[in-house]
Write a protein that binds this ligand. Structure first.
Ligand code: C5P
Length: 218
């Protein structure tokens, strides 16, 4: 029986990788799922730190928001806060690649190279999950366009997570930019639960409710 209060770190939104001061690559993540989880976790009485990429959402009341832009900044913020937390929920859609060169000044149109070379961005979740301490729980999200459950299970194992939340992106039922979602919560012990379809705010409360109950009985 675990009676200690929960401190939770949530990451949300996209990250951006710039190749000059005004141009970047990113993805259409709205941050809605992560912000809904932060509000639900706060409602459950958890202390919440929210590391957020650039989104158009107001900071949830009572939640400590740490704004970041790039994957490197998100990694640094997560590495600083994770040791203080019991649970990490990594909803952020981290931009997986960054341009190899970042020009200090705006590149003129006629000087733009036709080919931009990319390098991989560190896997933040994998990096921090590798250093987790006994009692810490790490939860990832898997946004997939196909084979949602199979790919999510692979990530659960590869990144050594306790849980993964799988959802679909792309196409008519895409979770990206939507107010609705339906997800599968898959545990490293084989447990599998479906939540939704429903509003992201409702699914967030159901997920947090489940994790809250889980925390207090283990
Ligand atoms: O491998 P994939 O990007 O699909 O994994 C998704 C999960 O991993 C999400 O929880 C996401 O926040 C996290 N992730 C990360 N750092 C990356 C890529 C993904 O933390 N560079």
């Amino acid at each position: 029986m675990n009676a200690s209060p929960i401190r939770c770190l949530i990451t949300a939104g996209p990250t951006r990788e710039y190749f000059d001061p005004v141009r970047f690559i990113s993805n259409p993540s709205s941050g809605k799922m992560g912000y809904a989880l932060a509000a639900a976790a706060r409602d459950a009485g958890w202390r919440v730190d929210l590391v957020s990429g650039p989104v158009a959402l107001p900071a949830p009341e009572g939640v400590e928001v740490v704004p970041v832009v790039t994957g490197r900044e998100m990694l640094a913020a997560v590495q600083e806060l994770f040791p203080l937390c019991n649970i990490l929920i990594k909803v952020a859609a981290v931009c997986d690649m960054r341009p190899k060169r970042r020009f200090p000044d705006k590149v003129k149109k006629d000087e733009l190279a036709l080919t931009v070379e990319f390098e991989p961005v560190e896997d933040i979740l994998k990096t921090v999950a590798a250093g987790k301490q006994p009692g810490q729980i790490v939860i990832g999200f898997a946004a997939e366009t196909q084979n949602v459950e199979a790919y999510a299970r692979r990530k659960l194992a590869e990144k050594k997570l306790d849980w993964i939340v799988a959802n679909r992106v792309g196409g008519a039922r895409s979770a990206f930019e939507s107010d609705r979602n339906d997800v599968l919560l898959i545990g490293s012990d084989g447990e599998k639960l479906a939540f939704g379809p429903g509003a992201k705010t409702d699914i967030a409360h159901q997920l947090i409710g489940y994790l809250n109950a889980y925390h207090f009985v283990h």
